[in-house]
Write a protein that binds this ligand. Structure first.
Ligand code: NDP
Length: 400
C-alpha cells in the first residue's frame, strides 16, 4: 500500500473520470475525489498543474498525471494488487478476446456471451469508446429523442454483462497466432484465445502545428464533452469541416460565448442538417479557405494559457484571439498493438477484412471504425459487431 496521499480531480460529466474512478476502486485504492465543477476546486487544480484544463488528474503525493493509463496505475499501485489480480495475468485460454470496449465489441459480446461463448473484452480507456465521450447521439435508431453517448455506452455494457461478458480494464500490447490459437501480451500478462475481435476503433488526428503539443490540455483539446465546460463565456476556435467539427462546435456553444470554425476548404463536409444548425447559431462564425498554422500562448497571471491561433485565410495571415482550440480533423485507426501480428492493414492503417469480417489470419476478426471501409457510424459499428459475432461462432464451431 502506497503511503502517499492519492487525490483525483474530476467531474460527473467526464467519462474518462468515471473510467479512472472505476479502475482505482477495482484496485482498492483509497483516494480523495475533488469535483472541479466547484470553482474553488478547479482553481486549486489549475494552480497545482500549471493551468491544465483536462480531467481527470491523479495526484500521488506531489506527482501528478493527466488521465493516467494502465501502465502508470501499475507502476504506482502494484503493491495493492491482490492474488486474484495477479492471477489475471496467468495464461488462460479464452473462447474470444475482444479488443476495445466500444459499441462494436459490446454489441458482439451480447451475441457471443448469450450463446455461451466465453467472452473477455479488453479496454484501455473508456468503456463505450468515442461514443461514450460524445454529448448526444441523435441518429442511433430506437431513441426518438436522441440519447447521451455515455448513457448509450452504459446500456450496451450492462446488456453485454447481463449475458456474462467480462470486461477487463487493461491494454493488449501485441498479439500473434501460434498454432490454432492466438497469444496476446497484455498489461494483465500473457493470454491465449481461440479467436480475437479487433474492435479498437479510431482516435482523433493531431493537426501537427507549433503549439499543439506544448499547450495540449491547457488550451488545445479533442473532447468537447470532457473539456468544453472549462470554457464558459470564453472564446474558442474549432478546426475541421466534417460532421464531428460541426456537431462538437454546436455543443461547445452551450459554454463558449463565441466560436470561430476554421475550414481549410471552401465548403463543409458535414451533413446539411448540421450546416443549417450552424448557420442559425449566432455564436458561430465560419471561416472557409482558412488554416490554423500556429497556436500561441504563455504565462498569463501565473498560468499557462492559449491566447491566439495564427491562421491563413484566403492566403492572408489572420490572428484569432481565443482562450482555446478544439481540433476535429478526422480519425485515425488504433492499431499499434497489431505491429508484428501479420494482420493486413490498408495504406491508411485500417484493418482489411472480407465480407464475413475475417482478417487475413484465421481466427482474427475485425469490425467497426478500425476496419477498412467502415462508415464511422455507431449504428454500423453495432451491426458489424453482431455480424462479426456470428462469424466467430461459426469459426469456433468448426474448431471444436
Ligand atoms: P472527416 O474526415 O469527415 O472530416 C475531417 C475534416 O477535417 C475535413 O473538413 C477535413 O478537410 C479537415 N481536415 C483534415 N485534416 C486537416 C488538417 N490537417 N488541417 C485542417 N483541416 C483538416 O472527419 P470527422 O471526424 O468529422 O468524421 C469522421 C467520420 O465520422 C465521418 O464519416 C463522419 O460522417 C462520421 N461522423 C458522423 C456523425 C453523425 O452522423 N452525426 C458525427 C460525427 C462524425 P478536407 O475536407 O479538406 O479533407
Amino acid at each position: 500500500m502506497s503511503n502517499k496521499t492519492v487525490v483525483m480531480y474530476g467531474a460527473t460529466w467526464c467519462s474518462y473520470c468515471r473510467a479512472l474512478k472505476k479502475k482505482l476502486d477495482s484496485i482498492g485504492i483509497s483516494y480523495q475525489y475533488k469535483d472541479v465543477d466547484d470553482p474553488g476546486i478547479r482553481a486549486e487544480m489549475n494552480a497545482k498543474t500549471e493551468n491544465n484544463q483536462t480531467i481527470p488528474v491523479l495526484f500521488v503525493g506531489t506527482d501528478y498525471w493527466i488521465n493516467p493509463g494502465q501502465e502508470i496505475l501499475d507502476a504506482q499501485f502494484s503493491n495493492n494488487y491482490t492474488d486474484e489480480d495477479e492471477q489475471k495475468g496467468e495464461k488462460t485460454l479464452h473462447d474470444v478476446i475482444m479488443i476495445g470496449a466500444g459499441p462494436t465489441s459490446l454489441a458482439a459480446a451480447v451475441y457471443t456471451s448469450r450463446e455461451d461463448i466465453e467472452t473477455l473484452i479488453f479496454e484501455k480507456g473508456v468503456i463505450g469508446g468515442l461514443a461514450a465521450i460524445t454529448d448526444k447521439i441523435d441518429n442511433y435508431p430506437g431513441f426518438e429523442e436522441g440519447i447521451e453517448g455515455l448513457q448509450l455506452a452504459e446500456k450496451l455494457q450492462k446488456q453485454a454483462e447481463r449475458f456474462g461478458a467480462k470486461i477487463e480494464l487493461g491494454e493488449v500490447q501485441s498479439l500473434k497466432k501460434e498454432g490454432d490459437y492466438i497469444n496476446l501480451q497484455t498489461t494483465s500478462g500473457e493470454m491465449t484465445a481461440k479467436s480475437i475481435l479487433i474492435g479498437t476503433g479510431s482516435e482523433w488526428k493531431k493537426i501537427n502545428i507549433p503549439g499543439e503539443k506544448e499547450f495540449y490540455g491547457r488550451g488545445v483539446h479533442n473532447c468537447a464533452t470532457c473539456d468544453g465546460p472549462f470554457y464558459r463565456d470564453k472564446k474558442l476556435v474549432v478546426v475541421g469541416g466534417g460532421n464531428s467539427s460541426a456537431q462538437e462546435a454546436l455543443f461547445l456553444t452551450k459554454f463558449a460565448k463565441h466560436i470561430d470554425i476554421l475550414i481549410r476548404k471552401d465548403k463543409w463536409r458535414a451533413s446539411d442538417v448540421l450546416i443549417r444548425e450552424i448557420k442559425d447559431n449566432d455564436k458561430i462564425t465560419v471561416h472557409f479557405n482558412t488554416t490554423a498554422d500556429e497556436i500561441i500562448g504563455g504565462e498569463v497571471d501565473g498560468m499557462t494559457k492559449v491566447t491566439k491561433v495564427i491562421g491563413t485565410k484566403n492566403d492572408k495571415k489572420i490572428d484569432f484571439i481565443t482562450d482555446g482550440i478544439f481540433v476535429f480533423i478526422g480519425l485515425r485507426p488504433v492499431t499499434e498493438y497489431l505491429k508484428g501480428s501479420g494482420v493486413k492493414v490498408d495504406d491508411k492503417g485500417f484493418v482489411i477484412t472480407d465480407k464475413k469480417l475475417k482478417t487475413n489470419i484465421e481466427g482474427i476478426f475485425c469490425a467497426g471504425d478500425v476496419r477498412s471501409g467502415a462508415t464511422m457510424q455507431i449504428a454500423s459499428a453495432v451491426g458489424e459487431g453482431a455480424s462479426a459475432a456470428l462469424s466467430i461462432r461459426e469459426y469456433l464451431g468448426a474448431l471444436k
